[in-house]
Write a protein that binds this ligand. Structure first.
Ligand code: ADP
Ligand code: MG
Length: 403
């Protein structure tokens, strides 16, 4: 194979694609396809650095499914390291893989030859391109072609700006920075949260996992603005929200958040439909209450009072009540802990489907690690700290769980 010819041909196709004027995300995806095909790769990913969150996010994939929108910590694993140092990493099939991040292992095909090349311009590194090959190692010439083509892609991306990528890739809905929450208990303070930092993104399903007393509900209450931090910063849409007034807290809860608790908290004197309609009426942009009830599969029970509904049905009404506001964020604290296995699983399915339909972000707090399998991202807590963040490239549907 004449490598110079292959380079010129591939570079030409890439530049041609970049001049077509498609959106930045589409252009990156098309360029990745061209590069993967030229180098006979069976999989590829483009990772971009997010200056706001100190993470990388994947914006394009080749030969994979559902790997767009993943996040990894900058500096960790191969992609994280290449995006910091700007130096390529080549990992042929027999070489050591211990330094890969958990996410990179999860993406699978570990027996492949792998190559990470920086998206590098004269000003810095914007991220990296990750390539995988099934049956053949990468040669030094493959690496040179990948590096040079990636620089062409990087120059174009720099010109268009990272801001031209879709919102969900780059901006957290809410961020916590070194947040501490202490409770006074007589003369001693209980530190329920200890310098926790976390970003919550549009449309993700985040599970917060941990044993009883680890600080999960405290964290959720801060995210839901039912409580204020003792120390640290909270940002909503990039704006400081660390010390809101009571009115600001109420307004944020009303306009942005839907809550589902372990106890269903329905109004006993209102029917199922009235419980939903009541919340809809105090919202800015409500869904139709009947539609919300039908999303949770309870249309036939519209006129039943809570006392005439089973636990699972009451929790489904509570989910409809959270959804009807069209909130950006739905917070569920142990939503199925009070239910038996079968009912709990049904309710989770309903919650997962209804949230997907509405396009909201969902955070579920649970002590049940099986439930974490439906998450895009799992945060494990212990003693008021986040001890592990795990990105799940292949979340399960709630129907596939068993515990
Ligand atoms: P989890 O939801 O993971 O079970 P919590 O966030 O409820 O944990 O509690 C974390 C720690 O903070 C526990 O030690 C708990 O006893 C304490 N705690 C929670 N709420 C209060 C409160 N209102 N007053 C005093 N201590 C509290
Ligand atoms: Mg709790």
């Amino acid at each position: 194979m004449d490598y110079d010819f292959l380079f010129v041909q591939t570079a030409w196709k890439i530049m041609d694609e970049l001049h077509r004027g498609s959106s930045t995300a589409e252009g990156l995806s098309a360029c990745l396809n061209i590069l993967c095909e030229a180098l006979s790769c069976n999989q590829g990913l483009v990772w971009i650095s997010d200056a706001v969150s100190d993470q990388l996010f994947s914006v394009a994939e080749y030969g994979l499914a559902n790997h767009v929108g993943l996040r990894i910590e900058k500096g960790k694993g191969a992609a994280g390291s290449v995006s910091m140092t700007g130096k390529s990493i080549l990992l042929n099939s027999r070489e050591d893989r211990d330094f890969l991040s958990e996410t990179e292992r999860d993406i699978g095909l570990l027996e492949n030859a792998r190559l990470w090349v920086p998206l590098r311009t004269g000003y810095g590194v914007l991220g990296c391109v990750q390539l995988g090959r099934q049956d053949q190692d990468f040669a030094p010439d493959d690496r040179r072609i990948a590096e040079r083509c990636s620089s062409i892609i990087a120059l174009d991306l720099e010109e268009k700006g990272i801001d031209s990528l879709p919102e969900m890739f780059r901006r957290p809905l809410l961020s916590l920075r070194n947040v501490t929450r202490e409770y006074e208990n007589g003369d001693r303070a209980i530190r329920a949260l200890n310098r926790v930092s976390l970003d919550v993104y549009e449309k993700e399903l985040l599970v917060i996992l941990g044993e009883s007393g680890s600080g999960k509900s405290t964290l959720l209450n801060l995210i839901g603005c039912m409580d204020r931090p003792t120390e640290g910063q909270i940002l909503v849409d990039g704006e400081d929200f660390s010390a809101p007034t009571e009115e600001e807290m109420t307004e944020y809860r009303r306009s942005t958040i839907g809550f589902v608790f372990q106890a269903y908290n329905l109004m006993p004197t209102l029917t199922a439909l009235e419980n939903i309609r009541f919340i809809g009426e105090i919202s800015d942009n409500p869904m139709d209450a009947e539609e919300a009830l039908s999303l949770v599969g309870l249309s036939e029970r519209a006129n039943h009072f809570p006392s005439a509904l089973s636990g699972g049905q009451q929790q489904r009404v509570a989910i409809a009540r959270a959804i009807v506001k069209s909130p950006r964020l739905i917070l569920a604290d142990e939503p199925v802990a009070a239910l038996d296995y079968e009912t709990g699983k049904e309710v989770l399915q309903v919650l997962q489907a209804a949230v997907k339909e509405s396009g909201a972000t969902l955070i579920i707090v649970t002590h049940n690690s099986e439930i974490a399998k439906i998450a895009n991202r799992v945060i494990r807590m212990k003693d008021g700290k986040i001890i592990d963040v795990h990105i799940n490239p292949n979340p399960l549907s709630a129907a596939e769980l068993s515990w």
